[in-house]
Design a protein around this ligand. Structure first.
Ligand SMILES: *[C@@H]1O[C@H](CO)[C@@H](O)[C@H](O)[C@H]1NC(C)=O
Ligand SMILES: *[C@@H]1O[C@H](CO)[C@@H](O)[C@H](O)[C@H]1NC(C)=O
Length: 281
């Protein structure tokens, strides 16, 4: 039943079509599957200060997670932008554990650059990463701002490591709302072979990394959010099984495969300050 398994894969962006489908399911079956990210617990933004919430401005709604990688650059999943291509339609909130309450800093997105090789393939994604740029700082020393996460410096694959996934995605596939409080789960990075074996899904690339414990995982609204091992950004939530079935691995975009591409944007934006002391003679 490999084909069925493949067709039941979904991305974890928060969107209306999902909630409609889910609402209908709830109506028909009244069946609730596992609670809680799925099976996460409340997390403090100060422990994951790079975590950000990507929102649509109209209607104002959390759609995806993101990770701040420098003062004016964040990374998220490329599949998060089906709503609109216009950066003005999106804002980012940093520095808050909760989606409600306006306790953090909200900044309008200035530029969105999807990876040039991003492709949707059935319900999965290839090269599912996008760069968000801002014309004011999103990271800094204030606790209302983010702290940048480290980008991997080598190809370490982290297999067998326990690492954290975080996000405001649904804590239950049937809930229509995102979680108001940031959730985290300690999960385990698995190898590509283990991932294929457990998921019965053959098409996992080296540019992807799977996590799996059998008791937790990402859900709608977690897309684009970070998988971190210590303070190193290892992945971004890309896709998993429909209805956030936790017996299926969650697949992340593997950051180490994109580090040169990300680095280019960080370097470009770190020379934004005008050099005021120069003059023309
Ligand atoms: C694949 O999964 C089965 C059942 O869980 C296990 O017995 C087997 O050792 C696994 N093989 C690999 C290569 O991981
Ligand atoms: C996961 O998060 C917890 C809570 O912040 C932290 O104590 C732990 O060190 C993290 N583990 C890893 C491997 O990042």
């Amino acid at each position: 039943m490999k084909i069925i398994a493949a067709l039941c894969l979904v991305t974890f962006v928060y969107c209306d079509s999902n909630s409609e489908k889910v609402t209908r399911n709830v109506h028909l079956t009244k069946k609730r599957i596992s609670t809680r990210i799925i099976n996460g617990k409340d997390a403090d933004i100060r422990d994951f200060p790079w975590q950000a919430s990507l929102r649509t401005v109209e209607p104002l709604r959390h759609i995806c997670g993101a990770a701040v990688v420098s003062a004016r650059v964040a990374v998220t999943a490329a599949h998060c932008f089906s709503h609109s291509k216009d950066p003005k339609s999106y804002s980012l909130e940093v520095g808050s554990s909760r989606l409600s309450g306006d306790t953090g800093t909200v900044v309008q997105v200035t530029k969105i650059t999807k990876h040039p090789n991003f492709r949707k393939v059935y319900y999965t994604n290839r090269n599912d990463i996008a760069i968000l740029q801002f014309d004011q700082d999103i990271a800094g020393t204030s606790d209302k701002l983010a702290t940048a996460v480290a980008i991997p410096t080598d190809d370490e694959d982290f297999s067998g490591s326990a690492c954290n996934i975080t996000g405001w995605g649904r804590v239950n596939a049937q809930d229509e709302l995102s979680s108001d409080h940031l959730q985290r789960a300690l999960t385990v990075v698995i190898t590509k072979d283990e991932c294929k074996n457990i998921s019965k899904y053959d098409w996992i690339l080296d540019s992807e990394v799977c996590v799996y414990t059998g008791s937790d995982g990402a859900c709608y609204g977690d897309s684009g959010g970070p998988l971190t091992c210590g303070n190193v950004l290892v992945g971004l939530t890309s896709f998993g099984k429909k209805n956030c079935v936790i017996q299926f691995p969650t697949v992340y975009t593997r950051i180490s495969k994109f580090r040169d591409w990300i680095q280019k944007f960080i370097e470009k934006t770190s020379i934004h300050a005008p050099i005021l002391s120069l003059s023309v003679f």
